[in-house]
Design a protein around this ligand. Structure first.
Ligand SMILES: *[C@@H]1O[C@H](CO)[C@@H](O)[C@H](O)[C@H]1NC(C)=O
Ligand SMILES: *[C@@H]1O[C@H](CO)[C@@H](O)[C@H](O)[C@H]1NC(C)=O
Ligand SMILES: *[C@@H]1O[C@H](CO)[C@@H](O)[C@H](O)[C@H]1NC(C)=O
Ligand SMILES: *[C@@H]1O[C@H](CO)[C@@H](O)[C@H](O)[C@H]1NC(C)=O
Length: 830
């Protein structure tokens, strides 16, 4: 708050106008997505208690690290700051911020003379692999007169080497280039380290800041104070670059463009920039071969080379804007129709965050989507992080589910993973090496259930029963594990691992039991013998006897069997509706629905009785299958939290339901893709959503999907013998409660003793010792000749102090880097 006052005071003093507080629509978010397209292009403006005011604030990587990104604007000869915290020019007055699913739109008042509209557009293309595979984002800057008079306007933007190296003592190199009428600055870490990160920032790849050349475009690369000072004093840049490549923090080199918009009147004048990262190989992956092999960025199949990709992305702006607006409209409308305007406050904020954790890789005939478990330990392909995010993929394009599951199947079907249960993750992003020693964080019941549920959900929505057949042996093996373990769960972690291990978790058990019912469907769809249906039915009856406190008023399920005073969100029953199983009794849904309001706090319903913390993804799972009034309670509390929380980093899914802040003595989760789980309601079928609106609950009905599939022509899948994976036919279904492999007995476990297990690494994000250099020995080292080439000796001469007169005498074209031949030669890269 103090910060806001200072900003307002400066603007008042300088511009002699009274700065009104910014408005926020639909809410002031915990953090504003600025450029959020992948784990490495993941830049935010801190909101919440930090205010969400762009002028005077540095954009931040999701880690909270500053990303040098400065915007200035000159109006009638006076320079102001509209982005970033460089000292000097006074900030413009932020009038409003509006966010949609793909855009963050700021409006600024500049001295009462000019209205600037700056749109940060990070498109999301659920149906378009080529476009989604590019790690680039758009920034549109518009200016128009706000007082009827004509004003001279120049707009400036730079970025620093901080984007290219998390270690600011690393040397960055740079150059500029031109392709057609586009000009770009390219910069990279000189010591390229493929598949390595420093402070979660990629240590390989080339960054590009691009804009359109033409009248009024000038550019400069040099020390931050030099370049920004040049613009502040002269309102244009020197068309020059320094040649001494140096550490990011050695006189902070910045890469800048300036557009002279001339005199602006009532009509908006727009300039567009793009910023992003090119990486050839994006993931090191042990797939079916069992060996680590580099996987190219999917973009490489669609674009000839780096510059082609940069140019294609830039020139695609109009399409990007239109497609993004259509998606914005779709998410907004569907959210409102499903559960009202409050719901859209949250769903629209979750879209970029979820897709921003994804890396598209492979080839068009074999695409992969790799997911980074951002902030909670940077695992790659964590099953119980994909699972909460899954509703957004089922909603927007179910095929994305397959691209996320494929790496998990391939790694496990290579035979290198030794455990009987499903693997938790594939390693530490971006190295998906799997766990040949079986020493992944053990969540046996959780991940077996998740894999079966997600696989069926994908197949139901696409009709891809071949996928079920292809993976039947694995699925049956996991189902067998559930037969042995799901009704009486051993002491183990669930996905909420920060809460530690616990035996007999009611919510975990029902996931396993629902997954057994799902497996019964899978067996039927693939013409395998179904031994699971009867077991699932029997387990459900057993579970109802064990997990419910029926004496309580109102009755509710317990956190763990027999712990009568305990309770928790029974979010896993959502899977029953997602899969349209009509398996869990409606009375269970109704019971929980009646119970939640009685234990709700200010900002939500606690996850369970161990803490006052809650998880917003799981709240939305519970809400999606609750009565209309309980669902609305969940949603209105969460929407209120979004607009009032003190948390100021990219939306957390874990917060204190009483204070709305980060959990005291708990992990700080940031920017996690699990927020995709906010769209639980839309991922139900339109018919289910309609019934919700009409009745507030889902009546039982027949399985349309099974009927539909009966008309399909099956491939023979009877070959998949149950015996391969388990003893499906010979299961002793009386063995309820068998205590088979408890995690403690499984080899290679880092045996959880007590307290928050497996989460220790969460609190120490810089543990990258798992990247074994030896494993990368065979990887091609990215060629970086471009930046290693020495630039000519006079590169740095330029005319940083050149007079305005000289600069202005240049022809419009001369302002474009490629034609400022006398200052330097700009290599055009093909
Ligand atoms: C889903 O995405 C894939 C590309 O991954 C695309 O081929 C398909 O057409 C999309 N589905 C729909 C319904 O748009
Ligand atoms: C789990 O619940 C079962 C059934 O109530 C009980 O027999 C068993 O002792 C419980 N296990 C633990 C570790 O509490
Ligand atoms: C817990 O509640 C159940 C009924 O829901 C009751 O049968 C049981 O005795 C209670 N256990 C304890 C320890 O109070
Ligand atoms: C299914 O069960 C029948 C009878 O028990 C048996 O003959 C057949 O081989 C089984 N099929 C598969 C795929 O296990």
């Amino acid at each position: 708050m103090q910060f806001l006052t200072i900003v307002a005071a400066l603007a008042t003093v300088t511009a002699n106008v009274v700065a009104a507080a910014s408005t926020f629509k639909p809410a002031r978010p915990p953090a504003v997505p600025l450029a959020v397209r992948s784990p490495y292009l993941n830049a935010w403006l801190h909101g919440g208690s930090s205010g969400a005011i762009l002028p005077g604030s540095w954009p931040r990587h999701w880690t909270g690290n500053i990303l040098g990104w400065q915007g200035l604007v000159a109006v009638d000869g006076v320079t102001y700051n509209w982005l970033g915290a460089a000292p000097g020019p006074a900030p413009v007055n932020q009038v409003s911020l509006e966010y949609t699913s793909t855009k963050s739109i700021f409006t600024f008042d500049v001295a009462g003379k000019v209205t600037m509209t700056v749109t940060f557009l990070s498109p999301v293309y659920p149906d378009d692999l080529a476009r989604q595979s590019l790690q680039f984002s758009y920034i549109s800057v518009k200016a128009k007169s706000s007082d009827g008079a004509s004003h001279s306007v120049q707009v400036y933007m730079d970025v620093s080497g901080e984007w290219a190296s998390g270690d600011v003592s690393q040397v960055v190199g740079w150059d500029s280039g031109q392709s057609g009428d586009l000009v770009y600055h390219k910069f990279s870490r000189q010591a390229q380290e493929q598949f390595r990160e420093n402070s979660e920032i990629a240590s390989w790849g080339d960054w590009y800041l691009t804009t359109r050349s033409g009248s009024g475009l000038t550019w400069q690369i040099g020390a931050d104070t030099t370049v920004r000072g040049q613009f502040a004093n002269n309102r244009l840049l020197a068309n020059s670059k320094e040649s001494n490549f140096r550490a990011v923090n050695d006189q902070w080199p910045v890469f800048a463009f300036s557009h002279d918009l001339g005199n602006v009147n009532q009509n908006d004048v727009e300039r567009v920039f793009t910023l992003g990262l090119i990486q050839d190989q994006v993931i090191n992956f042990a797939g079916l071969s069992g060996q680590l092999e580099p996987v190219p960025g999917l973009w490489k199949s669609y674009y000839q080379d780096d510059v082609s990709a940069v140019v294609a992305f830039y020139n695609d702006y109009q399409h990007a804007y239109d497609a993004s607006s259509a998606l914005d409209e779709r998410v907004q409308t569907d959210s409102e129709n499903a559960a009202g305007k409050d719901y859209a406050v949250v769903t629209t904020l979750a879209v970029r965050q979820t897709f921003g954790a994804l890396q598209y890789a492979g080839t068009p005939s074999k695409p992969y989507i790799f997911l980074k478990e951002i902030s909670s330990n940077s695992d790659i392909q964590t099953v119980d992080v994909i699972f909460p995010a899954y509703p957004i993929f089922m909603y927007l394009n179910a095929t994305l589910g397959k691209y996320l599951l494929d790496p998990l199947y391939e790694n496990q079907e290579s035979g290198t993973y030794p455990n009987a249960y499903a693997e938790h993750d594939l390693g530490t992003f971006p190295v998906a090496k799997g766990y040949p020693e079986g020493n992944d964080e053990p969540m046996p019941l959780e991940e077996c259930g998740n894999m079966i549920i997600m696989t069926l959900a994908y197949a139901q929505r696409t009709g891809d029963t071949a996928y079920l057949s292809a993976h039947y042996p694995k699925l049956a093996g996991w189902a067998q594990f559930l037969v042995e373990e799901s009704l009486i769960p051993a002491s183990q972690l669930s996905t909420d691992d920060f809460a530690g291990t616990l035996a007999n978790q009611t919510n975990l058990a029902i996931k396993g039991i629902i997954a057994l019912k799902a497996m019964s469907k899978i067996a039927q769809l693939t013409l395998n013998n179904d031994s699971f249906c009867e077991i699932a039915d029997r387990y459900l009856e057993g579970w109802k006897g064990l997990g419910i406190n029926s004496q309580a008023n109102p009755p509710h399920t317990t956190l763990s069997y027999g712990d009568n005073d305990s309770h928790g969100l029974l979010y896993n029953i959502y899977a029953d509706k997602l899969l349209n199983l009509n398996f869990v009794d409606q009375s269970i849904f109704d019971m929980q629905s009646n119970f939640y309001p009685t234990v709700a706090s200010e900002y939500g319903v606690p996850l369970d009785t161990r803490h006052t913390w809650t998880k917003s993804d799981w709240e939305m799972f519970a809400a999606a299958v609750a009565s209309e009034s309980t669902r609305n309670m969940f949603i209105s509390k969460l929407a209120n939290w979004v607009g009032t929380t003190s948390t100021d980093r990219a939306m957390t899914d874990l917060y204190d339901a009483v204070t709305g802040g980060y959990p005291a003595n708990g992990p700080t989760f940031v920017a996690r893709p699990v927020m995709g789980g906010i769209t639980t309601t839309q991922s139900l079928s339109p018919e289910e959503q309609r019934l919700f609106r009409l009745y507030g609950k889902l009546p039982s009905r027949s399985d349309h999907f099974a009927k539909h599939l009966k008309e399909r022509k099956y491939f023979d899948s009877g070959d998949y013998a149950m015996s391969k994976a388990g003893k499906g036919d010979s299961v002793d279904t009386g063995a309820v409660g068998s205590q088979h492999p408890v995690p403690e007995n499984i080899p290679h476990l880092s045996s959880p003793v007590s307290g928050p297990n497996g989460i220790g690494s969460v609190l120490h994000p810089h543990h990258h010792h798992q990247h074994h250099p030896g494993l990368q020995a065979g990887s091609p080292v990215k060629e970086s000749s471009f930046l290693h080439r020495e630039t000519s000796a006079d590169d740095s001469e330029g005319t940083p102090g050149g007079s305005e007169e000289q600069q202005q005498q240049q022809s419009p074209e001369a302002a474009a880097p490629a034609t400022t031949g006398e200052q330097q030669e700009i290599p055009v890269r093909r």
